[in-house]
Design a protein around this ligand. Structure first.
Ligand SMILES: NC(=O)c1ccc[n+]([C@@H]2O[C@H](COP(=O)([O-])OP(=O)(O)OC[C@H]3O[C@@H](n4cnc5c(N)ncnc54)[C@H](O)[C@@H]3O)[C@@H](O)[C@H]2O)c1
Length: 346
């Protein structure tokens, strides 16, 4: 059975991941694509197949479409993904699931009503080193995890987004909502939940506009850096930093400190995952570098989405995972705004 696919939003993530990975997947054909910028839609269709639609509603309503990638800007996800689910389509929605908790709940309600697959693109779960880390933690290699340190930063979305300028929507509050926290931070809070199989119970955050300017040379409306302290439900305490102002190299590292040793993931050049046991013994796993803005290898996200549709099994990152990550982002934003630590219901 071939699944007919629609892609809504034909910017950077659609070009780097969704469209090429649908093209490579043996069970999918791209039928329709849409972007308010018709040139972007036309270029994507010319390269990867499909026709250009006149509106996102046309894609959502098209009777032959089985599955939709929602690669639109953040503020549109709750509208497009909700309508796509209610129209009976499976949906792979980009992160963040929505810009408000209410929007995310609306999406979850639509998914429950439709019974269709809803996956959120928390693709860090699929990176080989992270998948291996999860396995090793589950096998008890580290014992209980006591502390952690994670970071995701690069030179900023003006170098990534299709717009390619400081006028990018990523810098606008009404569209991105959370700045770097909704862009990069949400990946790492999701990864912490996934690796630790634990919930974030309390967060304390500092954020700021350290460097980024908008198209008028003014500081941007959303934060370009956040550093946080986090406590999990089971009592682990750690730190997380998210930044659009790491110039020169990307940092996508995570270090976990357990009773039996330390696990370092992408913490040092040429070392994907290393375990340093309590007795000092080192075990190195080379698993393949992760995707960076400059190195776009296949993420596996489309294969995972298609697999969930074909098997009926839950996708690797569900709507509930998307909502949980969004709650942590909102708590971090609240903490940074109020100067107080924020507790989450767990
Ligand atoms: N999972 C990941 O690793 C990852 C990486 C980057 C971006 N993203 C997410 O993907 C989404 C798109 O980001 P991007 O990097 O492709 O940005 P981008 O700026 O390159 O592209 C966004 C596209 O959406 C289009 N768009 C704007 N309004 C729209 C609307 N009303 N309907 C449909 N399309 C609309 C824009 O014209 C643009 O072409 C964002 O939600 C972002 O957070 C995820």
């Amino acid at each position: 059975m071939t699944l007919k696919v629609g892609i809504i939003g034909c910017g950077s993530i659609a070009n780097h991941r969704h469209a090429p990975e649908y093209r490579q997947n043996p069970y999918t054909d791209i039928l329709l694509v849409y972007d308010p910028n018709p040139d972007r839609a036309r270029k994507l269709a010319d390269k990867y197949g499909g026709q250009v639609a006149g509106s996102w509603e046309e894609v959502v309503r098209h009777p032959e479409i089985d599955a939709i990638s929602d690669c639109s800007t953040n503020e549109m996800h709750h509208l497009i993904t909700t309508q796509a689910l209610l129209a009976g389509k499976h949906v792979l929605c980009e992160k963040p699931i929505a810009t408000t908790i209410a929007g995310a709940k609306q999406i979850l309600a639509a998914a429950n009503k439709s019974g269709k697959v809803l996956m959120i693109d928390h693709n860090q779960r699929l990176v080989s080193a992270h998948a291996k880390a999860r396995q090793l933690i589950e096998a008890g290699e580290l014992g209980n995890i006591l502390s952690f340190k994670t970071s995701f930063g690069h030179q900023g979305p003006e170098h990534w987004s299709a717009n390619g300028t400081n006028g990018t929507w990523f810098f606008k509050k009404a569209r991105s909502a959370f700045g770097v926290v909704g862009d990069l931070g949400i990946h790492k809070v999701d990864l912490l939940r996934y690796l630790l199989q634990d919930e974030i119970a309390e967060i304390s955050a500092f954020s700021g506009v350290l460097d980024k300017k908008d198209e008028h040379g003014q500081p941007i409306e959303v934060c370009d850096h956040m550093s946080c302290l986090l406590r999990t439900k089971s009592g682990a305490i750690g730190t997380a930093s998210f930044s659009w102002s790491y110039y020169g190299d990307e940092d996508n590292s995570t270090i976990l400190y357990g009773e039996r040793g330390i696990m370092k993931i992408f913490a040092e050049p040429e070392k994907d995952l290393e375990i340093i046991k309590a007795d000092g013994q080192r075990v190195l796993y080379q698993l393949g570098a992760m995707q960076t803005n400059d190195n776009q290898t296949a993420s596996g996200v489309i294969d995972a989405f298609v697999e969930a549709i074909r098997t009926g099994q839950a996708p690797i990152a569900t709507g509930e995972d998307g909502l949980a990550a969004l709650r942590i982002v909102e708590a971090a934003m609240e903490s940074a705004a109020t100067g107080r630590s924020v507790r989450l219901e767990t």
